[in-house]
Design a protein around this ligand. Sequence first.
Ligand SMILES: [Zn+2]
Length: 57
Amino acid sequence: MNTHTLHVRPIDDLIEHDTSTEEPNCLCGPTVKPVKQDDGSMGWLIVHASLDGRELV
Ligand SMILES: [Zn+2]
C-alpha cells in the first residue's frame, strides 16, 4: 500500500525546514500525525514547528 508523507511548515520561518525526506528528521522536531487520505489509504502528516513560537499565539 502506498503511503504519502505531507509536510506542513510555517511560512517565512527563521530556519530551513527539511521537507525533502519522508522522515521527521527536521531540526524543529516536527510532530507526525497519521491522516486518512481521500482514497482511503493512510498517510503521514509531518507538522513542523516554528521556532519563534508563533503557533503558541
Ligand atoms: Zn521543520
